[in-house]
Each structure stands twice: as C-alpha cells, then as structure tokens.
Design a protein around this ligand. Structure first.
Ligand code: TXA
Ligand code: MG
Length: 301
C-alpha cells in the first residue's frame, strides 16, 4: 500500500517507475511531464522516439485526452480494463505532452486491468505513459526481477507476474478499425464485437512503428546545424554557445535529455511566430541526440 504512495511520490517529482500491468511491466512516467517522457526514451536506449501508450483508469478520464468514435466506444466497453490499446485523435485541450505521441495528432490509450496499476492510476489522477520496461532488443519483462535485470536501480512497484505476458493489441481507425499490432486480445474476439472483419495489411504481423510515425511537420522551414541567424529567422539554440542569437534554448546547459523534453514544445512555439524560418543550432548525436537529429531531419525535409 505504501508502495503505491512511494510510486506516486516519484511520479509527482517527474521520475520513472517500474509499473506492473497484466500484459508486461512498463516504464511509467507522468504523461503531462515532458521531462519524465524524455527520461523514459533515454532509459530505453532507442534510436527513435516511438510513440508511447497512455494509460488511464477510466473512460471518462481518457475522453478528456482523445476523441472516441462509435466503434472505439464499443471496443472500450467490451475490453477495458484489459490488454487493448486504441489509437485515437487527441482532444483539443489534451494535457498529454506532445513528446508522448512523438508529435503525432493521435494518441494510443488503454486501461490496464492489473489491480495495482489501476490503484496507482486512480490515486495519481493524471495519465501515465508506459512502454514495456525493457532495453531495446531485449525481451519485454513479465516479472519485477526481469525489470530489475535491465534497470537495476529503478523503483519497481511490486505486483505479481503479468498474466498476459504479451503486449496489448493495438487498433487504429483510418477510419475503419485496423490492426496495428496483434497482442493480448485475439483478433477474433475483436471482430465478434465489431461484427465485421478487421482491416489489416498482413494478418499477424507487426506494422513497423517507424512507418506509422509520420514526422512532425512545422509550417516554417527548418534549417539544421545553423551557426548563424539569417534575416527574419528565429533561432533554436542548444547549449551555452550562440548566446546573442538565441530565441529559445533546448537546454542552456547542454543536457541532451532536457533537450528532448523541450523539442516538440519549442519547435511548436517558434512555429507560431511570424518568421522566415527556424534555424536550429547543431545538436550532438550521442544518447537521445540521435533521435532528436532524426526527428529534426524528418521535420526539415
Ligand atoms: O501492453 C502494452 O501495451 C505495454 C504495457 C506496458 O502497457 N506497453 C507497450 O508499449 O507495449 P510499447 O511502447 O512497447 O509499444 C507501444 C507501441 C509503439 O511501438 C507504437 O507502434 C504504438 O504503440 N503506438 C503508440 N502510439 C501510436 C500512435 N499514435 N499511432 C500508431 N501507433 C502508436
Ligand atoms: Mg516494447
């Protein structure tokens, strides 16, 4: 019990916890806190920002985050709480940070059925992002011990082993219900509720997240590795250099994790200004820097 309160303290401070769910254990963080989300990406050691799943405790809570269509409502009623994830458009005043969805206009949401996860989510009130709690290319963990293997110093909320042991089934709507990832809920059960066959490109195969993740495209042109500011441009800085040029700084002290947490928000706010374009200072390619540069290149092309 105090275990859950400890976990909530960590989440409130923008920290990351090991979160048991019925599918697999997750790396949980406050979905409204860009710094927490950036830390999760950094911990996973992924070269790309894969969009994350946002976890909640009730449909009412999640309907403040995304807009449900009729079929999504049917599926939510049938399978939540449980191993089903729905990809839906963000609400206008959605509090979830853009970094959680890697800048996409949609968010993946689900309500887990693990009692400890539900207790935590209800007490915390805010939505929680949680990718599987494994390093890239490692197995998804189904026990506390597996999580501690990949992340020895992480606080892991102590629940029983995951009963599903397989990630949630992901359904998107484009606009017809489409299988994006097979998982904890069999396709047949979903088709029974929908009363017609699901759309899928290749039955039983995982669609590459990188292909789904349409890049975040600002309205203004981006100029990367900029060392100076051209006429009319705004300058997105990184680190202590180029002081006189700086309009916004991803991380004045040159911290790459902080930079990732600011990336989408700062490009978004510079994009709102009238300018000839956005010049972006060089950003190192180590750690999350690779993902930042990857996203910037996509946004610039
Ligand atoms: O069972 C699960 O879903 C576990 C537990 C912890 O809840 N979580 C999980 O998260 O598997 P993760 O990050 O390992 O996988 C999330 C996948 C991404 O790879 C991505 O393909 C998809 O969800 N995804 C997330 N947001 C999306 C979006 N807006 N559009 C399309 N796909 C999305
Ligand atoms: Mg995973």
């Amino acid at each position: 019990m105090s275990n859950v309160n400890d976990a909530i303290d960590i989440l409130n401070e923008g920290g990351v916890i090991g979160l048991p769910t019925e599918t697999v254990y997750g790396l949980g963080g406050d979905a409204t806190n860009a710094k927490a989300i950036a830390s999760i990406y950094a911990m996973k050691g992924r070269p790309h920002f894969n969009p994350l799943i946002v976890h909640g405790y009730s449909p009412v809570q999640l309907s403040r985050i995304v807009t449900f269509n009729e079929q999504a409502k049917l599926l939510a009623r049938a399978f939540w709480p449980g191993p089903l994830t729905l990809v839906l458009p963000r609400q206008v005043d959605c509090q979830v940070d853009l970094l959680a969805g890697a800048g996409l206009p949609t968010l993946a949401v689900r309500i887990p059925s693990h009692p400890l996860a539900l207790e935590l989510l209800e007490k915390f009130q805010r939505p929680v992002v949680a990718p599987s709690a494994n390093l890239s290319n490692h197995l998804s963990p189904t026990t506390k011990a597996m999580v501690s293997h990949d992340f020895p110093s992480l606080f892991v909320l102590d629940g029983r082993a995951s009963v599903i042991g397989l990630e949630s089934t992901i359904i998107g709507f484009d606009p017809i219900p489409t299988l994006l990832r097979p998982g904890g809920i069999p396709i047949e059960q979903i088709e029974e509720v929908l009363r017609y066959p699901l759309n899928y490109a290749q039955k039983g195969s995982i669609q590459a997240p990188g292909m789904l993740a349409k890049h975040y495209a600002p309205n203004h042109p981006l100029r990367l590795n900029a060392m100076e500011k051209h006429e009319g441009e705004v300058f997105l800085n990184f680190g202590p250099g180029f002081e006189g040029l700086s309009d916004l700084n991803l991380s004045p002290k040159g911290d790459i994790v902080e930079a990732a947490s600011n990336l989408y928000a700062m490009i978004h706010s510079l994009d709102q200004l009238i300018s000839a374009g956005i010049a972006v200072a060089p950003i190192p390619t180590h750690g999350l820097g690779l993902a930042i540069n990857d996203r910037l290149k996509r946004a610039a092309s």
